[in-house]
Design a protein around this ligand. Structure first.
Ligand SMILES: [Zn+2]
Length: 264
């Protein structure tokens, strides 16, 4: 009996230290997205039970099915301008997506009315996350802008197959194949504006709605701006994109009465 108690105590002791040795956020996978809300964070000594609860209980989650929404293009909306300039970014395979991080002194951003929000990173989903009548497009590009106060604005661009896209190829060619690795020293000069559709970047046509991050922790308070025009990549480029990550798209979430506003 005594030895059993001792072994229980030592098991507790070791599990306590094993638990404390791990401090990264809990892992998640796209094939378990219906239960992201239930993931437990066992890395804390006092376990934080459901760090991704918002993925399940949130009422303004992203992405959505655009065909299911009420559209309104009669309200005056802010002018939207993508003021991106050239950077020497870091190409990052984050384990879920190809992601390009802008450098710390990057001055490019999204101007929404009078406010400018810095571009922090952009990344790719295959297939698209936003759908129309349940139909995906081949891929979707998300430009993530974060203000000093933590507010997030995402500019989303749908990707069709068609003409080859040289700027897209630069990303494919510089992102590490190994998950978790980054390429910070490529020296590649890259202007994210090269990934925008050929329209007036100072006055973009868009749809907008309130939503969330589409990956855990699914935080809300994200304003989405979906461009009405698409960009193209070749079928060979789509195949190369899939060789990094495939099916990294969250399923469409309930609109819960949200309307989509448009300046189109
Ligand atoms: Zn995204």
């Amino acid at each position: 009996m005594r030895s059993k108690i001792l072994s229980n105590v030592s098991a507790l002791f070791f599990s306590f230290y094993a638990i404390n040795a791990v401090s990264s956020p809990p892992h998640w996978h796209y094939d378990e997205q219906s239960t992201w809300w239930a993931i437990e964070d066992t890395s804390q000594s006092i376990p934080l039970l459901y760090p991704y609860a918002e993925c399940g209980v949130g009422k303004r989650q992203s992405p959505v099915d655009l065909a299911a929404a009420k559209f309104n293009n009669t309200k005056p909306l802010n002018q939207l301008a993508a003021l991106y300039d050239t950077d020497t970014p870091t190409f990052y395979n984050n384990g879920h997506s190809i992601q390009v991080n802008t450098s710390l002194d990057y001055s490019g951003g999204l101007r929404i009315g009078e406010e400018s929000i810095p571009l922090i990173q952009f990344h790719l989903h295959e297939p698209s996350e936003h759908v129309i009548n349940g139909q995906h497009l081949p891929a979707e590009l998300h430009f993530v802008h974060i203000n000093e106060d933590g507010r997030i604005a995402v500019l989303a661009v749908a990707i069709e197959t068609g003409n080859e896209n040289p700027a897209f190829q630069t990303i494919l060619d510089n992102t590490p194949v190994q998950e978790g690795e980054q390429n910070a020293d490529s020296g590649v000069q890259f202007n994210p504006a090269a990934l925008l559709p050929p329209q007036d970047h100072d006055n973009l046509e868009y749809f907008t709605l309130a939503g969330s991050l589409t990956t855990p922790p699914c935080s809300e308070g994200v304003q989405w701006y979906l461009l009405s025009e698409v960009i193209t990549i070749s079928t060979a480029q789509l195949a190369q994109l899939k060789s990094f990550h495939t099916n990294n798209a969250r399923v469409a979430q309930d609109l819960n009465g949200r309307a989509i506003l448009s300046n189109k």
